[in-house]
Design a protein around this ligand. Structure first.
Ligand code: ATP
Length: 384
C-alpha cells in the first residue's frame, strides 16, 4: 500500500482550458479519497494520470515516495475498476478474477487460494464457473472488484464503478465497497459525479470544477463550510438556498425580512454591498414547531407558501422570491457550472414532521442564523 501525491498536476489536451489545472492532492496511505464534480471537470483525466493511461503535461505524480510520471501503467502496481467492468466475456468468473495473477505468473495453487478468498469476500463463490453474460449487473461489478483485490496492489482506483447499476443496487454496492475498503485498508481513489457516493464513501473529498480543485476536505467540512458557491451548490440535496442579501451591522436583509447573525460572521461581510446568502433547507423551519426561546423577531419572517411536498418521512415547503439582476446572473452561471441544477426563484424549507403548514399559508418561518453563509457574488467565495 502506498500514499499518492499529486503535485501541481496539469493536463492540456489542445488549445482550450486545461482539463486538469494545477491540482495538488496528497492521498494518505490507506485513505479513501473521492474525486467529484460535474461532467467534464477533469476527474477521470486525473485518475487516468495516476494509473498512467494518460501522460502528465506538467507536475509530478508520486506513488509510495517514487516519481512515476514516466512509468508504464503495468509498472505502477495499481488496481483499477472501470465503469463498464471490462470483464472478458469468454472467461468464467474464476478466470476473470484470476487474470491478473496469471499475468504475473502466479502458481496454480496461489491463484486458487487468492481467487477463492476474494470470491468469498465478495459472495461470488457460487458463481465461479459462470460467464459474465449470465450475471446480474451487481455480480459483474463484484467480479471486477474481485479482479482488483486479488493483486497486492499499492492502491485501488475506481472510475464511476456504480453508474451502470439501478438505484437500489447502487446503494448496496456502495456499502459493500465502503466495508471492503475499510477491511483491506488500501489506499483508494474513487471518481464519481454522484454527491451521495462522495459524501458516504470518502474519508476526504476533492471537488473539481473545470479542471480546478475547489475544495479538499472531509464530507462534513464540505457540507458545513463550503469554500465557495460552487461547492455549496454541488453538495447537499435539495441544494442550498441562495438568496440576495445585504449586511448592515449584524443584520442581514433577505427577500423576506431581516435576520440577526452572529457578530463574527457579520464582521467578515461588512461594506461588501449586495451578497448572496446561502442557507440549507434544513436550517429553516416552521416557527410554530421550534422551541419558543429561539423564535425571536430577529430570527423569523413571514412568507406565503406556494407548494408543500409531503414525502412521508419529510416535507418541503416552497416559497417563491425575486432576485435582483446581479444575483440572478451569478445564479444562472452557477446553474450552468452545476450541469443544470435548478437553484433560483424559490426558497426550499425542509419541514419538521410536526409542522402543519399547508399551501397558501402565510407562514412564520424561523431561520437558524448561525448557519447562514455569505458569498461574494463576484468571486463566489464564502466570506463567512
Ligand atoms: P465525465 O464525468 O463526463 O467523464 P470528467 O469530469 O471525468 O467527465 P474528463 O473526462 O476528465 O472529465 O474530461 C475533462 C475535459 O477534458 C473535458 O473538457 C473533456 O472534453 C476533455 N478531454 C478528455 N479526454 C480528452 C481527449 N482524449 N482529448 C481531448 N480532450 C479530452
Amino acid at each position: 500500500m502506498a500514499a499518492i501525491e499529486m503535485k501541481n498536476i496539469v493536463k492540456q489536451y489542445g488549445d482550450g482550458f486545461p482539463a486538469v489545472n494545477d491540482v495538488s492532492i496528497d492521498v494518505a496511505d490507506g485513505e479513501f479519497l473521492i474525486l467529484v464534480g460535474p461532467s467534464g471537470c477533469g476527474k477521470s483525466t486525473l485518475l487516468r494520470m495516476i494509473v498512467g493511461l494518460e501522460d502528465i503535461t506538467d507536475g509530478d505524480m508520486i506513488i509510495g515516495g517514487k516519481k512515476v510520471n514516466d512509468l508504464a501503467p503495468r509498472d505502477r502496481n495499481l488496481s483499477m475498476v472501470f465503469q463498464n467492468y471490462a470483464l472478458y466475456p469468454h472467461l468464467t468468473v474464476y478466470e476473470n478474477i484470476a487474470f491478473p495473477l496469471r499475468l504475473a505468473g502466479a502458481s496454480d495453487s496461489e491463484v486458487d487460494k487468492k481467487v477463492r478468498d476474494a470470491s468469498k469476500t465478495l459472495e461470488l463463490d457460487e458463481h465461479l464457473e459462470r460467464k459474465p453474460g449470465n450475471l446480474s449487473g451487481g455480480q459483474r461489478q463484484r467480479v471486477a472488484m474481485g479482479r482488483a483485490i486479488v493483486r497486492d496492489a499499492e492502491a485501488f482506483l475506481f472510475d464511476e464503478p456504480l453508474s451502470n447499476l439501478d438505484a437500489k443496487l447502487r446503494g448496496q454496492m456502495r456499502t459493500e465497497i465502503a466495508r471492503l475498503q475499510k477491511r483491506l485498508g488500501i489506499t483508494t481513489v474513487y471518481v464519481t459525479h454522484d454527491q451521495t457516493e462522495a459524501m458516504t464513501l470518502g474519508d476526504r473529498v476533492a471537488v473539481l470544477k473545470r479542471g480546478v480543485l475547489q475544495q479538499l476536505a472531509t464530507p462534513r467540512e464540505l457540507y458545513e463550510n463550503p469554500a465557495n458557491l460552487f461547492v455549496a451548490g454541488f453538495i447537499g440535496s435539495p441544494p442550498m438556498n441562495f438568496l440576495p442579501a445585504t449586511v448592515k451591522g449584524n443584520q442581514v436583509e433577505l427577500p423576506f425580512g431581516t435576520v440577526t447573525i452572529p457578530d463574527d460572521k457579520a464582521a467578515k461581510a461588512q461594506d461588501k454591498g449586495l451578497l448572496i446568502a446561502g442557507v440549507r433547507p434544513e436550517h429553516f423551519e416552521d416557527a410554530s414547531v421550534v422551541d419558543s426561546d429561539k423564535v425571536t423577531e430577529e430570527a423569523t419572517f413571514n412568507a406565503t407558501v406556494d407548494v408543500v411536498e409531503w414525502l412521508g418521512n419529510e416535507a418541503y415547503a416552497y416559497i417563491p422570491f425575486e432576485a435582483p439582476p446581479e444575483v440572478e446572473k451569478q445564479l444562472q452561471q452557477l446553474e450552468r457550472d452545476l450541469d443544470g441544477e435548478s437553484l433560483r426563484t424559490q426558497l426550499v424549507v425542509s419541514l419538521d414532521g410536526a409542522s402543519r403548514i399547508s399551501e397558501g399559508d402565510d407562514a412564520k418561518i424561523w431561520v437558524d442564523a448561525r448557519k447562514i453563509h455569505l458569498f461574494d457574488p463576484a468571486s463566489g467565495d464564502n466570506l463567512t
